[in-house]
Structure formats: C-alpha cells, structure tokens
Design a protein around this ligand. Sequence first.
Ligand code: ADP
Length: 490
Amino acid sequence: MGLQVTASDERRVLGDAPTSILIGGEWVPASTGATFPVEDPSTGKQLAEVADGSAEDMVHALDAADGVRAEWAATPPRNRSEVLRNAYETMIARAGDLALLMTLEMGKPLADSAAEVAYAAEFLRWFSEEAVRIDGRWTVAPTGGSRLVVMHQPVGPCLLITPWNFPAAMITRKVGPAVAAGCTMVLKPAESTPLSALALGAIFREAGLPGGVFNVVPTSDPANVGAILGDRRLRKLSFTGSTATGQSLLAQAAPGVLRTSMELGGNAPFLVFGDADLDAAIEGAMIAKMRNMGEACTAANRFLVHESIAGTFASRLAARMGALRVGRGTEPGVEVGPLISSAAREKVAGLVDASVAGGAHVVAGGRSLPGAGYFYEPTVLAGVEPTMVTGEIFGPVAPVMTFDSVEEALSVANGTPYGLVAYLYTRDLERAVQVSEALEYGMVGVNTGIVSNPAAPFGGVKKSGIGREGGHAGIHEYLETKYVALKMSG
Ligand code: ADP
C-alpha cells in the first residue's frame, strides 16, 4: 500500500485490527465485558470499540507476566534477540497498514506515521543487537584475595504506561529493551490510541514471543493500574507522559520502592544566535516545532532568537508555517493533521489568546479551523515574554522571543523546572560547546531540529524525568546490578 489510501483500505485495516485484551498470549474480552470507543480526531467519528480493561484484568495480566517471569529470564539471550529481530522484520513488512492505523486513531499525516513506524521498528532492531551484549565485570578486590563479580539480571515484571502522541515508538522503546533484558510486562497504552498498541501485541505474538511476556491491557480508566502498582510481584514502572501524571505515579510506586523510568514533559528552548545559518535554523525550527503537529515532549516550545535577527526569523518562520497544508492525515499532501482532542485544541487556543492579551502578536495563524475534527492553524507569535510560556504547548504554535547576550539566553533557557531537550543554532564551535555544557537539559541538538535516535540515550533532567531510553543505557533500565563476593584463600 502506498501513501495514497482509499476508504476500503481504511475499512480493511480497521477490520484486521485486534480490539481485545492480550493476556498470556490469548485475546480475551474485558472481565466486565465492557468496551470503549476509539475516535478519529480528524472527523470526531468512532473508529472501533476496544475491550475496556478492568482492575481485575490488570491483575490477570500481572499473573501472566509473573507466571513466565523465571522462564523468560532464563531464555538464552540469542533467542530473545531473535524474537526482537522477527518483530522488527514483521513491523517493516506491515509498515503501510500500521501507519494507516496510526493515522486513523491519532491523526498525524500518513508520511509522519510511516516515519514513526520505521523509527519504532528501529528500537526492536537496536535492542535485538543489545540482547546478546549484556556484560558484567570481574575484578580483584583492592586488598587482594576476594574476587568481586558484577552481573546484570532482569528486573522482573514491569508495568509500562505509554502516551498517545507516538502510539508505536513510545511502546517499542520500552518493550524492546524489556524483552532484550529478559523482563516480562503489562502494557497500558493511552486510551486514545489502543489500536496501534494491540497491533504491536499481535506482531510480538507472531514473532514467537512466548505468551505472558508481553500483555496489553487497554482501558478507559487509567487509574485501574493502581490494582497492580502496589502488588509486590511488580518490580518496575516505566512511564512516558505528562509530569503531573508522572508525579502521581511516582507516589504510587513509592510504597513498593519500584524501579522507575519516567519520561515526562518538556519546555524546549530553541536558541538562534546572531551568527547562525538562518536557512538551516528555519529548517530546523520547522522540524523541532512541527514534527507531530507540535504534540511532542521534544517540540520546540520557546524560540529564543538574538534581537539582531529576530524580526527576519519570525517572518520567515511565519511564511513557512502559513504555507503548511492542514487536513485529514490520510489525504495526499497534508502536512499537519488535527490535534488529538477538542480539549487539547482548547488548551492551545487558550494559550494563544492569553499570550495575545499579554502583548504578543500573531504573525501567522492563530485560529481554530471550523468543521469536524480538531484542527488548529500553524501559528507564529512574536513579542512573546518568557513568562508567557511556562508549560508545554503541545500544538502547532511557535512563540518567538528575543535575547541580547549569551548569559540572558542561558538564563531564560534554564529558567524552567523542565530539562528534556534544548536546541541551538550557531556557527561558532566554541559557543556551541559552551552553551551545550551550560544548558540544564538531558539532550541538546546543535544545528539540528531533531535529536531522537534509537542508538542515543533519550531522557531529561529536573521535572522532565528519571532514566534514559534507547542507546546502551536503555537496556540497563530493565536490569538490576548484582554483586557477588567470592572469598579466595590466597
Ligand atoms: P496526556 O495529558 O498527554 O494525555 P498523560 O500523562 O495524562 O498525558 O497520559 C499519558 C499516559 O498516562 C496515558 O497512557 C494515560 O492513560 C496514563 N494516565 C493518565 N492518568 C493516569 C493515572 N492516574 N494513572 C495511571 N496512568 C495514567
């Protein structure tokens, strides 16, 4: 299937999509028999009904994960690697259908969904290669005699909670390393995008993953995870989502002293210095802002531009943003889809209105689009003050503010409780190094608007999170370090 889709493609892909709960390798209805609707955000119409997992279903899924915990941990790394490789191959073979399913439930343009499916699959390939490289250490104690042996073992059953904005990649970024490490898991996907999650469950099943290793429980009531967060069989929580939800989950994980990986919100600054290559900065700004319609924790949230070029930057960015084609993600040529929900669009509109009331002015866009679907115009705001953008925008809005000195730029950039990713554009190598080192962020993009890469450690500092996903660090989130002291007589 190419990037041109028909109504019959949509029907076929939806008809093939699993809508039940996956527990112990079996597709089952919810214990209550309940279902919940999945909506197309470009039309507001219902796409499917999905089994609505109850608290009891969460417990059953943990029973299954715990039941195969020892067996999976003891499965040779090569076998775990091969399952991941099979799942990678299957994802690539089905990329067209997976992308269409994603566009239908999440709204992003088909080309973006195809890019996400490829990115998501790469985590499986990367961690299939990591599964056989889990190493340890063997040293002689500094005083001689004892040998100190350090090994890494799977953490145990994990609860994975994922967001709707990257319905496949945020799952494979957790499931890939968990499977590679020898962990078993219960996934609770976001309620807006359960279809992609269940499709991944089906792919792993076909790829030869034993039943019970990867259980998928969609639910309309995320609080149902509370039924297993306090269960002593659960050993780890990995979450991607908003900081507020992350804080509440951390509190719930505290009594069990669970290992946690938290990928939370951001407030990414995008710094453009006076010597920057302006063409490249505009190109990077379009990617950093508009990838995923701005619905990404990595999305540039504050454009900080040196005052000598701020006017030119804002008008050039406005010309590019204003020319973007907005529409249903399945239509050819569409570059910007709808926001995920009516509430999400209202939040974006409210932020724009508040900034304008505070003295900012609209250089492009600035309005919700009429009709069905939650569309909002790509928007550029100029004359923005740092105090106007304190939270994540999560929409296609680019606020431009100015700075005078490097110190001022750094002070504004770091003046937030968040610290996920920052971007900077300069041709001065020394400045690039100094500013990268001074930015209080887990990731920095230098002369690039995208940092995500399966081979790199993704994650934030401060209120943006704990832990890293991807890269060599990614598998260690699912491994415990064990030290064995060997007493030697000589
Ligand atoms: P967003 O505001 O982007 O939807 P959330 O942090 O609310 O971000 O959602 C991310 C994930 O967290 C989703 O899977 C959602 O269902 C889940 N979630 C939201 N609230 C809770 C909660 N109280 N307990 C557990 N999971 C939750």
